[in-house]
Design a protein around this ligand. Sequence first.
Ligand code: HBI
Ligand code: FE
Length: 280
Amino acid sequence: MGSLHVFEEPPAGVASDWTMPQAWEKFTDADHARWTAMVREQTRSLGGLASDAFLEGVSALQLDRDGIPDFAQFNPRFRAATGWEVVAVPGVIPDEPFFRHLADRRFPVANFLRTGGAQDYNDEPDMFHDVFGHLPMFIDPTFGEFMTAYGRAGLRAEKLGATKLLSRLYLHTVEFGLIHEGGVLRAYGAGLLSSYAEAKHALTSDKARRLHFDLPRLMRTEWLFDEFQPTYFVIDSFDALLEEMETTSLRQVYDQVRDLPLLAPGESDPSDRLFTGRLQ
Ligand code: HBI
Ligand code: FE
C-alpha cells in the first residue's frame, strides 16, 4: 500500500507558510499539451457524473482553456469569481498550515504534474487533481464557506487532538463526496472528479455502498488510499453541509466517536441510513 508523502520541513525555495513560486515558465509545451488533453478528456467523460456546480465552475474559471493556468493571471479571476486564491505548495503539507490557508481562503495547489494521464491512478494529489478536481467547486459560494469553516475547525481540532477525526470529514466530502441534486446522484469530490473510473464506480456500481451524510458515522469510517472507496456519503445540498458544520458542536462529536470502534471502509453499521434514491 502506497503511503502519502507529507513534507516535514519546507524544502529550499519554499516559504515558512509552505507557499512557493509557481514558476509557470518552467512548464514545457509538452506539459501544457498534456494538461489540455487531460482537461478535455476528463470534462468530456464527466458528463452525467459531475455535479452541476463542478461543470459550471470548469467553464466559469476557463479551466478548459489551453494549457496550465498561470496563477499570476488566474488568481485575479479566481478571486473575483469565488473570493478565494490559489497558492503553489510542494505537495501535501502539514495539517496546521493547510488548515490556516483554508481558513484564510487560500487553496494550496501541488506544484508538480503527474507523469501519467487523467485516467491513470496517481498516488498523491498533483496540480491536475488540485486545480481541475478541487477549484471548480469554489464557484459555489456555499461550498467555499464550507471550506473556510473546515479550515477554522481544523485549527481548533489540532488543539483537541482530533485532526484525524476531522480529516475524515474532508475525505468523505471534499475528496469523495456525492450530492443528491435534481433527483439524481452526482459527484462533487475532487478525488472522483479527477478520476473518471472512480466517479463511475461511486455513482453506478452495485458494489459501492452509499450512505446519507452522517457526521459521527463518517468520522469513524476508515478509507482506502489506493483503491476505490467501498462506502460513499451523500449530501442533499452544500447548504445542508455548511449548516451541519455551523450548528454542530464538533467537540461533542469528537467526544461521541472517540471511544467508538472505527468502521472499516466497507463495514456496515446498524445506524446506517442507506441512500436508496435513483442513481442516474
Ligand atoms: N496538503 N497540499 C495539501 N493538500 C491537501 O489536501 C492536504 C494537505 N495537507 C493535509 C491534508 N490535506 C489533510 O490531512 C487535512 O485535511 C487533515
Ligand atoms: Fe484533494
